[in-house]
Ligand binder design. Structure first.
Ligand SMILES: [Zn+2]
Length: 306
C-alpha cells in the first residue's frame, strides 16, 4: 500500500491554520519550498484530478483524489483528497487525468491573493468534495490535519515547521512501516497469549493498525526492548508472545502458491479485511467448507495454505 507523502522536496512553513482570515476554519498549511523560484509539487499518492478551478484574478486550485486507499502517517488506511492552491500551470490539467505517486503535477505559484510563490495545501479524508466558505473561498470537505496524515520522505528538507509559536511537524517515513521480506532472517515462530495490537512502532505511543487474536502464530524478525517486530513489519508486545504452542492452537501453516492472500471476515467470500503476503505463518483455529479460520472473524481460502 502506498504511503501518503508531503508533496514537495522542502517543507518550509509560512502559515499555519486557524489563525488568519484565509486559513480560518480550515487545516490549511502554506509552505514555500526552498524560497527561490517555483518549486515542484509532486503527486502525494497515485491520484486523479477530481476538480480544478482556473479563473483570472483568483487563486487557481486543483483537487487530487487518491486512486486507492493509502497508508496515512497516523496508521489509518483511507482514501485522501488533496487541495493545491496558487499554482499557475494547471490550466491544461484534465478532470480524470491520473498521476503516479511522485510524478510532477504542477509548480507552486502566487495566483490569487498570494504575496509570494507558495503551496497552500488542504487535505480531506476520503474521496471528498469541497465547498465555499462565507468569504467565497474554496475549502475542502472532511478536512484533516496534513501533519497527521502525510509522511515526510527521509530526504525531505525541513526549513521551517513553526508558525506563530505552534509547531506543525510531520512524521518522517520510517522503514519499519514497510512489510518485511519473508525470506529475510527471522527469530522464529511465536504465539500470542492474548488478543494483541499490532502497532507501527515499538511502543504504546505508536498507532494501532491491526489486532491479532490470541493463539495466533507470528514470525518474529527483531526484538527492541519489550517489543517484537513481526512479518507484517508492525510491532507487538513481546510480553504476550510465547514460544510454546498453545493447546488451543491446532497447527501452523504458511501462505503459498500466491502473491498474497485475502483475509475475510467470514468464510464463503466474506468482506475482505486485509491481505497477507506469501510465506506468512498463520494459526489454524478452525476449518470449514474449504476455508480456514486464522483469527477471530478472520478466514482465508484453505487451498493457499500448506
Ligand atoms: Zn494559504
Amino acid at each position: 500500500m502506498e504511503k501518503a507523502y508531503f508533496p514537495m522536496k522542502y517543507y518550509n512553513l509560512t502559515q499555519g491554520y486557524l489563525n488568519s482570515s484565509t486559513h480560518q476554519g480550515t487545516y490549511a498549511l502554506d509552505t514555500a519550498g526552498k524560497d527561490t523560484g517555483k518549486d515542484d509539487i509532486y503527486a502525494p499518492f497515485s491520484c486523479k484530478v477530481t476538480k480544478k478551478y482556473v479563473k483570472a484574478g483568483h487563486a487557481y486550485t486543483v483537487w487530487l483524489t487518491s486512486l486507492d486507499k493509502v497508508l496515512c502517517a497516523n496508521g489509518q488506511e483511507e482514501y485522501l483528497t488533496m487541495m493545491i492552491v496558487h499554482p499557475e500551470d494547471i490550466a491544461n490539467l484534465q478532470i480524470g487525468q491520473t498521476f503516479k505517486q511522485g510524478e510532477l503535477v504542477c509548480h507552486e505559484g502566487k495566483t490569487g491573493n498570494a504575496s509570494g510563490n507558495h503551496l497552500h495545501m488542504e487535505l480531506g479524508l476520503g474521496t471528498c468534495g469541497w465547498h465555499k466558505n462565507s468569504q467565497g473561498v474554496y475549502m475542502i470537505d472532511n478536512a484533516v490535519k496534513c501533519e497527521e496524515y502525510l509522511f515526510l520522505k527521509k530526504d525531505t528538507i525541513v526549513k521551517n515547521d513553526i508558525y506563530k509559536g505552534k509547531k506543525y511537524s510531520f512524521k518522517i517515513e520510517d522503514d519499519n512501516t514497510n512489510p518485511i521480506e519473508p525470506s529475510s532472517n527471522n527469530l522464529g515462530i511465536k504465539y500470542t497469549t492474548t488478543d494483541l495490537n499490532e502497532r507501527t512502532g515499538p511502543g504504546t505511543n505508536y498507532s494501532i493498525v491491526n489486532s491479532l487474536s490470541a493463539n495466533t502464530a507470528v514470525r518474529v524478525y527483531e526484538i527492541n526492548g519489550s517489543w517484537a517486530r513481526i512479518e507484517t513489519g508492525m510491532w507487538v508486545s513481546n510480553n504476550f508472545l510465547t514460544s510454546s504452542k498453545p493447546s488451543k492452537h491446532y497447527k501452523s501453516m504458511e501462505v503459498y502458491n500466491c502473491q498474497s492472500l485475502n483475509v475475510r471476515q467470514n468464510y464463503n467470500n466474506g468482506k475482505i479485511l486485509k491481505s497477507i503476503p506469501v510465506n506468512t505463518v498463520v494459526s489454524v483455529l478452525e476449518e470449514k467448507n474449504g476455508w480456514t479460520k486464522i483469527g477471530q472473524n478472520a478466514w482465508v481460502y484453505a487451498q493457499y495454505l500448506k
